[in-house]
Design a protein around this ligand. Sequence first.
Ligand code: NAD
Ligand code: TDX
Length: 369
Amino acid sequence: MANLLVTGGAGFIGVNLVRWWKERNPDDALTVLDSLTYAGNANSLDGLVGTEGFEFIHGDIRDTDMVTDIISDKGIDVLVHLAAESHVDRSIEGPDAFIDTNVVGTHSLLKAARKVWFTNDRWAPHRFHHVSTDEVYGSLAMDDPAFNEETPYAPNSPYSASKAGSDHLVRAYHHTFGMEVTTTNCSNNYGGYQFPEKLIPLVLINTLHGKPLPIYGDGMNVRDWLHVSDHCRGIELAIRKGDPGETYCIGGRNEAPNIEIVKMICRLLGERFAADPELSSRFPECPAASGRDNQELITYVKDRPGHDRRYAIDPTKASSELGYEPEMTFESGIANTIDWYLANEPWWKAVTDGSYRDWIDTNYGARQS
Ligand code: NAD
Ligand code: TDX
């Protein structure tokens, strides 16, 4: 039986991971540590909070003493680190929070974990798993081979630079101190519980409300889309089978230009409206509700500064060493995601209309960044 601490467990991937883990490993104890920034959502943990072997702690990873106490008091032996500032556009608007959380915060966790796990010149059994991104490798030309674990780091945004910094710290704690770490660098995730600032949920929700679908630049930037359930499988495999000190690239084998993704969502939502008349009464502003093409909402806008052209992951090492393979195609993954957003309107409505923030203020006190 393992005793896990999941940082950022109220965010998009964290929530999916704790649900994934609990379903497959019901005897393991899970503690989520999350400071509930704008991106964290305690409602996403409904059904878990209050159950045996699960605890949610509202706190900041930069509070090293508090993290030390949690690891020590709860006998944590596996720390899965997902807490981060994660949105590239926000890192361009205001990089400081990214350095504070992603670099300083990661170091705070490493210090706390080392303090508890390394005593009397010996390491207790442990694993520190760090969740990172393919963005640390920079941008690919269309005919470049995909990123792999040997690709040199070349981060281009304050977000990816801060993630690169955190990756290096994790690596250094292994190399210098002997901490047993693993890191996964993955491509763009999508699926349920994703905050609607990211491309796919933004496009889904804007289409339902008949709002413009902003396409940065020419829409030909390529991402390698990874359904969050496949990412969770990759993380679990890296923790269970990965060698300490190793990194593993986790991808979806699903490269596509943004404009194709957006057009596909428009088409699939159109098909849902044609098949289910109730959707037209729920979302009357959606073009499909009045028989129009959702693509009329596509709006080309000014490009993101420093916008990386292409990301793609070669997951050969994860496949051969961990037995990792993505199970979702983009078609099955996006169908699953559309179903989730249509079935969970109260979740995203609370996030988009601000009522969730009011709930946080009432239940957890002062407003966070
Ligand atoms: P997210 O923004 O949805 O969630 C981040 C979570 O971290 C939130 O719940 C937030 O409240 C919490 N958090 C932020 N600062 C904190 C702090 N100082 N202390 C405690 N908690 C804090 O992010 P996500 O999309 O779920 O990403 C999770 C991890 O995966 C991140 O490390 C991100 O860099 C990485 N990643 C994400 C993607 C993606 O496509 N979403 C792809 C590759 C890697
Ligand atoms: O409104 C938009 N219009 C648009 O064209 C938004 C929000 C995005 N885009 C483009 C920019 C990117 O090329 O779509 C692509 C995807 O954008 P994001 O969803 O913002 O993701 P990205 O910048 O690729 O980064 C994501 O994947 C890697 C996550 O946010 C990171 O946390 C992760 O590390």
